[in-house]
Each structure stands twice: as C-alpha cells, then as structure tokens.
Design a protein around this ligand. Sequence first.
Ligand code: UD1
Ligand code: MG
Length: 253
Amino acid sequence: MSQLKAVILAAGKGTRMKSDLPKVVHTIEGKCLVDYAIEAAEGAGAGEICLVVGYKYEIVRESISHKDVKFVLQEQQLGTGHAVRCAKEFLGEEGQTLILFGDTPLITAETLKKLREHHIASGNTVTVLSAMVEDPTGYGRIIRDADGNFVKSVEHKDATEAELASHEINSGMYIFDTKELREALDLILPNNAQGEYYLPDTLTIIKEKGLKVDAYALDDPEDITGVNDQEQLAAAAVVIRRRIAGNKAKNRR
Ligand code: UD1
Ligand code: MG
C-alpha cells in the first residue's frame, strides 16, 4: 500500500467549552482529546502525523503524550481548507493523506482502516467519512443524486431547504490522494456564508476534474461524534469508559 500521512486539525479555540484551555487538550481518562485522534491515525497506518495548531499552541504541544508528531502553525483560523493548506509542505507529493479533527476522540483505527480499504477498492481520489444521523443540524450535508451517487458536501449555512433535508452528515474526516488534494487546495475560495476556506470544496473541485469522489457512510455515528462543549465531553468520556470496560472483559475471556 502507498504511504499514508495524517493531518489533524487542532487550531481552534473551542469557544463553547467555556475554558481558557484549547479544546483539544481537555482530557478523558487522563489522555487529551487530540491524543485519541493521533492514536487512531497511527493505528490506521499513518506513518507520519502533523498537527495544525493555532490557539495557545504551546499548551497543545506540551499536553500531547505522542512526541513524534510534527506541528504547523495556522496563525489565523481561516477555515478547514486553509488549515490543511498550512500543512502543504508536510503532505509531500504522493501517497494518501488522512484528515482528522483534534476534537473527535471517538474515532477508531478500525473505522479509519475500513475507510481506507473502501477508498482503495473503489478507486476514489477522495473518500469522505459520513454518517446517517437523526438530527443533522449544524453539520455539513452530503448531497447525493437520485441514484445515490455523491454530488457534493454543503455546509448547513450555505444549504438550500432541499439540501438541509439530507440526514447524511460530513464527519470532517477524509482520505485523499495527496497529489489531487494539493492541487485542489490551491483552488478553493472563501466565497460562502462564513467567508472561510472550506475543505469540503476540494471534493467539488476534484469531482469536476472527472475523478471519483464518494462518501463512506457509517450507520452508527458514534465514532465521528465531536466534542464542542462540556456536556459532549462528558458524553464522550462515557463512551470511552464503556469501550475500555468492554476491552477488559474481552481480554478476560
Ligand atoms: C466541519 C465541516 C462540516 C462537518 C463538521 C463535522 C468544513 C467547512 N465543515 O464544520 O462539513 O460536518 O466539521 O464536525 O470543513 N480548524 C482549524 N483551523 C481552521 C478551522 C477549523 O484548525 O481554520 C479545526 C477546528 O479546531 C476544529 C475542526 O477544524 O477542530 C473543525 O472546525 P469547525 O470550524 O468547528 O468546523 P465545523 O463548522 O464544525
Ligand atoms: Mg465552524
């Protein structure tokens, strides 16, 4: 298999945490949120990992227990596409790039491995991890045509009424063929409701080139659940403790 590198976005402050600490250094079972994402990336086969940091990045650097990761600084948070663009030198020219967020600690190596297998087996240039959810409010929506083919990923704030009816959400996690990601990153523009450089716009750019773009949908959204506030941090901790207890039980058997 070709080489896999991972970029983990962790530059934001996480205002809704109501904390002075960057969101991704909050801990569950003694490990900070971004460490969970790093472990999942490693477990999925990422040989090199780069963290995009910004808000209080010194604290992020000190808090993570995985010391063999690289860092790039995104001084201003201009959007997810801009954040990945900051890591362009790290990406290199070939192989595949896994994109994760630092605030989704429930993602597992198993799910990412399945995403990568699907990406390769389907001959996709980019595969976005998606999930069916009851309440998609606030998330980017995956839009498909009548035959179920991927059309685009549109942000809630930019979506039409019809698009908002989609319950398939963009998780923010992707596998890209690196070469095409690089080219598409140069073409995205902040011409949208939030004035940001959106990473999901690269999907449209790559599709318009005639390359294969698809969403790999999970039936159960647990793995992609993000942490935005203290309540969600507590909920994620419950899941992680349940998983740890489950593993212990399995090992006893
Ligand atoms: C993003 C996706 C959306 C998806 C959702 C899943 C985009 C434009 N939208 O929306 O489709 O459904 O995630 O949770 O990608 N970050 C940076 N630098 C930036 C901007 C963001 O590092 O300039 C980091 C944040 O720290 C955070 C993550 O990227 O960890 C997501 O950013 P956020 O602005 O919260 O994206 P959403 O609006 O949730
Ligand atoms: Mg946002």
